[in-house]
Design a binder for this molecule. Structure first.
Ligand code: TMP
Length: 237
């Protein structure tokens, strides 16, 4: 399958169409941004790591009953995916307080929740991705009630499966963001990516951050952290 026209260039990926109207090619970049694009940089090797990590995780989720956009990896940084229209929701699941949750509610980072916390943001850079609830999403016609229920169920299942997968590798899944899309027939599937750009991953022993917070917060060792999580994921158990 060959790339044709560049359809879209985002902060971390480019999307191309192909000869098949139902299939797209995603190409992952080493570019990194934070704070809605205000901070910009490069993380050497990130594109390839995020591509391969996302594919490994999505393939595992697919085997365990979560439908995804993944078709097949084409090369180090490119993947063939099903064409979807993205549901404009950032679906966030949190197991421990961190990031914007800690800032908004005044809770120290690292406090574990009894139950996972699921939240939606409106995927809209112009508005700074504001937090919203189901009623807001319905009022804005971002999704139907049935789609919201399915997205919620998938997100919690993804959390269970990923939490276990990372725990087996000595990593705490603190929180993550996923996005869903609709296939041409309306089927909801997991889309976008799952990577250290979109998850908080802490070493279970040392609680060292092994994700994009190293870039967001200028902690150094960014490339090394991405390499380390990829290595732990690829090593057989
Ligand atoms: P937050 O605590 O900043 O709201 O982030 C929650 C999770 O979502 C965290 O794992 C990082 C991820 N995330 C993204 O994938 N994209 C974003 O633009 C933001 C702000 C967070």
């Amino acid at each position: 399958m060959e790339k044709q026209n560049l359809l879209y260039e985002g902060k971390a990926k480019k999307v191309y169409d192909t000869q098949d109207p139902g299939l797209l090619i995603v190409s992952y970049k080493d570019d990194a941004t934070a704070f809605n694009g205000q901070k910009k940089g490069t993380i050497q090797g990130k594109g390839a790591i995020n591509n391969q990590m996302s594919n490994l995780l999505m393939a595992a989720l697919e085997r365990q009953g979560v439908p995804t956009h993944l078709v097949r990896e084409l090369n180090a940084r490119e993947t063939l995916v099903k064409r979807v229209s993205i549901v404009p929701l950032e679906v966030i699941v949190r197991n421990l307080a961190a990031g914007s949750f800690s800032a908004r509610y005044g809770v120290e980072e690292g406090r574990a929740f009894d139950e996972p916390v699921l939240e939606f943001s409106y995927k809209n850079d112009g508005l700074g991705d504001p937090l919203l609830n189901d009623d807001h999403a319905l009022a804005l016609k971002l999704a139907t009630r049935e789609e919201l229920a399915l997205i919620r169920a998938y997100a919690l299942k993804i959390n269970q499966l990923l939490q276990k997968n990372w725990a087996d590798r000595g990593i705490i899944l603190v929180d993550f963001k996923v996005e869903f899309g609709r296939l041409a027939d309306g089927t909801i599937v997991l889309a976008d990516e799952i990577s250290p750009d979109t998850c908080r991953l802490w070493d279970a022993q040392t609680r060292e951050k092994l994700d994009k917070d190293r870039f967001r917060r200028d902690l150094g060792g960014v490339e090394e952290a991405y390499r380390q999580v990829m290595e732990r994921l690829s090593s057989s158990l």
